[in-house]
Design a binder for this molecule. Sequence first.
Ligand SMILES: NC(=O)c1ccc[n+]([C@@H]2O[C@H](COP(=O)([O-])OP(=O)(O)OC[C@H]3O[C@@H](n4cnc5c(N)ncnc54)[C@H](O)[C@@H]3O)[C@@H](O)[C@H]2O)c1
Length: 317
Amino acid sequence: MRVLVTGAAGFIGSTTAELLLDAGHDVIALDDLSHGRRENVPTRATFVEGRCGDESLVSDLGTIDACVHFAGRIEPALSMVEPEEFLVTNVGETVSLLRALVRAGCPKVVFSSSAAVYGAQDVMPIVEDRPTRPESPYGQSKLIVEECLHWLSVSGRLRAASLRYFNAAGATPAHPERHDPEIHLIPLALDAAAGLRPGLDLYGDDYPTRDGTCVRDYVHVVDLAAAHVLAIEALDDDPEIVANLGNGVGYSNLEVIDAVERVTGRRLNVRHAPRRPGDPASAVASNARAREVLGWRPEHPSLEGIVEDAWRARHPH
Ligand SMILES: NC(=O)c1ccc[n+]([C@@H]2O[C@H](COP(=O)([O-])OP(=O)(O)OC[C@H]3O[C@@H](n4cnc5c(N)ncnc54)[C@H](O)[C@@H]3O)[C@@H](O)[C@H]2O)c1
């Protein structure tokens, strides 16, 4: 198949593009390089620099058999500061992309949704049928796109899979996690361990969790990438899929810090800071639906393995 991967210069997009190429697909890698890096794009892919919402650019790409849509703004806290920017990019540009894909006759879309659509939930693990309550414009933007995809699917224009990632982590050596600004706990902790940061801020230690710190479900980027390849196939049988991607196991921030200290052999200077608004106490996925509908089996669930892979990719020695 000819697969369009938007956001292919980013962390998850580049890893997935690599896996699609390994599976024998042709990949068109589209990215505006606003946050990604050119060197992240697999050399075997055809790179196109531009915005995903540029309909004429997308129309000129020729036949597209499937689109995997990663491009967008990703920082929930920043979305509280400049919501209009997030809505224009994540919703406005995505709707333009979808119209161009429909016009080009592309039959399938796999979309990067997020656990942020759920907001704070009382019952763990979270199943897909729980009421969605986004707590940021970022989370809202993901939910709006899911709803757009629902109507495109209902009206027979596209088959669509919305994959709700929990915390993407780990890495392959060729595609380390490098966000700018970096907002994710594991790379920040690794940079502190490498001496590139004076310490690590721990936001909140009075949550109703086992040690007072937030609990999250870390999923290896290679497992995430594999789910996208499976989703493209699963859309043959199912015109609309909404599925969580997580391991179903939660680790607290202190447990992650402990794993980073064990893997790197260095002590972190942890600074206790107040809670951040919009950070739920816990977010742990039920992955039963992804197992059933996609046939997905995460192969790298160990937190220590995830941290080791991230450490080797980010700080090769
Ligand atoms: N990293 C996570 O833990 C996580 C969790 C849930 C969901 N997601 C979603 O997964 C997707 C990928 O995340 P990531 O961590 O790889 O982020 P990333 O920032 O590394 O990748 C996003 C890429 O999209 C590109 N981009 C942004 N706006 C664009 C536009 N208008 N046109 C073309 N390219 C554009 C950027 O240059 C970047 O290369 C995002 O949609 C994100 O919301 C990520």
